[in-house]
Ligand binder design. Structure first.
Ligand SMILES: *Cc1c(COP(=O)(O)O)cnc(C)c1O
Length: 358
């Protein structure tokens, strides 16, 4: 039996406001719907990780503070290890940020269309969500930020840059302007940061209010590993450690993160490959009957001009190509989002799209 009627106790009333988060998984040959990296990590990564796994003391709890991993990440970004907090995917980082700085009686600001999980996790943590709108060109509207910030003083302001699903990144000037005026923490979600032309990482300082969230899921080809982190003022990191569950990062995951960082050159070559393919897809899309937006990420947002999004989405599925249907997301009527895949996958997508639009 299932359904609310059979529960021994009703769930929290405010969970009624939370909708599930789903990305339909359809059985197709070309999956370009979840912004994953098109290639697995280098073979050497798996071998090196297997060696590390053999030396784990499995009867012991892992290093609770993940010190070696945080030290390696600190070295990568030129910050101090006390400025890094790692968790099970950047979604858990965001959950910890909201557990620590959001919660009942507090609010988080989001600017739609943007990453739906910011709103979703805020609601689950009992944080009120203040929803602003982006400008016509889908960039952040500073006047809208100012309106929400001064009226409601949010404890957390989310800025996804490059923004999912629009692909745009905010300029340094915009993020600095937000940081100068924000009532609380400014969380810059850089899940796609390595594909972009700049990063907000240099804006993080112990005295400041900017934190930058990153993940191994996209650029590091490690979505299966569930590993993300934040670069933040040391004081913020120490609060995040307080709200995380003890030993939340298992030993295999810590090893995977450390080992991956030894393959930086290979990862950067993959990123360059994705950026090149992104340019090729964008060039072809500009010849088709679709509207597109410039992308600084590993995906492109597009809107068929004379066809319904659902019809195009189904036509692509019939040709065994899966993209993300964003047409019901706020502000994205008629839009689809395609992840940059391998050259072959991108070719299949472009051929299928050309046929469907014909
Ligand atoms: C994919 C994505 C994440 C990644 O979440 P993980 O939990 O690290 O896999 C975070 N933020 C944005 C905007 C994303 O698109």
């Amino acid at each position: 039996m299932s359904g609310a009627g059979s529960l021994p106790v009703a769930p929290r009333d405010d969970l009624a406001l939370v909708e599930g988060y789903h990305s339909p998984q359809v059985d197709v040959e070309v999956r370009l719907n979840t912004n994953e990296a098109p290639l697995p990590p280098p073979a050497g990564f798996v071998d090196a990780l297997a060696d590390e796994v053999r030396s784990i003391a499995f009867n012991r709890y892992p290093d609770r503070a993940a010190r070696e991993l945080c030290a390696a990440l600190a070295e990568l970004h030129g910050v101090r290890a006390e400025q890094i907090f790692a968790a099970n995917g950047s979604n858990e980082v965001i959950q910890c940020l909201l557990l620590a700085f959001g919660g009942p009686g507090r609010a988080a600001a989001v600017f739609e269309p943007t990453y739906l999980l910011h709103t979703h996790i805020a609601k689950i943590t009992g944080t009120e969500v203040l929803t602003g709108r982006r400008s016509e060109d889908l960039s952040l509207d500073l006047a809208e930020f100012e309106r929400i910030n001064s009226a409601h003083r949010p404890a957390v302001t989310f800025i996804c840059s490059p923004n999912n699903p629009t692909g745009r990144s905010e300029s340094r000037e915009v993020i600095e302007a937000v940081a100068a005026r924000a009532a609380g923490l400014v969380v810059v979600d850089e899940a796609y940061g390595q594909f972009a032309h700049w990063s907000a990482l240099p804006l993080v300082s112990d005295e400041g209010r900017v934190v930058v969230v990153r993940t191994f899921s996209k650029t590091w080809s490690m979505a299966a590993n569930r590993l993300g982190y934040v670069v933040a003022p040391a004081g913020v990191v120490s609060v995040l450690e307080d709200v995380a569950l003890p030993y939340h990062l298992d030993a295999i995951k810590q090893a995977a993160g450390r080992v991956a960082l030894r393959f930086r050159a290979e990862m950067e070559a993959r990123i360059a490959g994705v950026v090149e393919e992104r340019g090729r897809i964008a060039a072809r899309l500009s010849e088709l009957d679709v509207q597109t937006w410039p992308s600084d990420a590993n995906f492109i947002l597009l809107r068929p001009l004379h066809r319904g999004a659902k019809e195009v989405w189904s036509g692509l599925v019939e040709r065994s190509v899966l993209v993300r249907d964003c047409s019901e997301w706020p502000g994205l009527e008629g839009c689809l989002r395609v992840t940059v895949g391998t050259p072959e996958e991108n070719g299949r997508f472009l051929t299928a799209l050309t046929e469907v639009l014909d």
